[in-house]
Write a protein that binds this ligand. Structure first.
Ligand code: CA2
Length: 145
């Protein structure tokens, strides 16, 4: 059966491409979704691509992923810096987690330098804009069979 990669996007990422292009680039979330579908199908994988502005919904989806997903790629948006609930849910996911951010967190405000997710992630990709999602999929090629 084709591996299913769950791609989770947190609050405000639905606004991508509409504001702050100097920080987040010009690609919309739909552009990223389409790009990932293409890359994944070349690998024989499926993508389940979701966005929510609600912490609990993200937690529910991570729990769903425990049963259905081979890996999680997550950009938790601002919840990255605040959410113990998302950390706890990810801790219960026993397959690979890749953390992605469009911007380079370490060139930004100090409150963005800490991530609750990095300690449970296989790796962190930040600062490459939308390309970071493609890099995360590429990283999974050596991890997901
Ligand atoms: O760089 C990233 O990917 C972030 O996860 C984006 C979050 C931010 O809180 C994190 O610190 C870093 C914010 C996403 C908001 O995206 C917008 C895009 C366009 C217009 C408004 C918000």
């Amino acid at each position: 059966m084709a591996a299913l990669i769950l791609v989770l996007n947190g609050p405000n990422l639905n606004l991508l491409g509409t504001r702050e292009p100097e920080i987040y680039g010009t690609a919309t979330l739909d552009d990223i979704h389409q790009m990932m579908n293409k890359s994944a199908s070349a690998l024989g994988w499926q993508i389940d691509f979701r966005q929510s502005n609600h912490e609990g919904e993200l937690v529910d989806w991570i729990q769903w992923g425990r049963v259905h997903a081979s890996a999680i790629i997550i950009n938790a948006g601002a919840y990255t810096h605040t959410s113990v609930a998302i950390l706890d849910a990810l801790r219960a996911f026993d397959k690979a987690i890749i953390e992605v951010h469009l911007s380079n967190l370490f060139q930004r405000e100090t409150f963005r330098h800490h991530s609750y997710i990095t300690p449970v992630a296989r790796g962190l990709i930040c600062g490459f804009g939308a390309r970071g999602y493609a890099l995360a999929l590429d990283a999974l090629r050596d991890i997901v069979s």
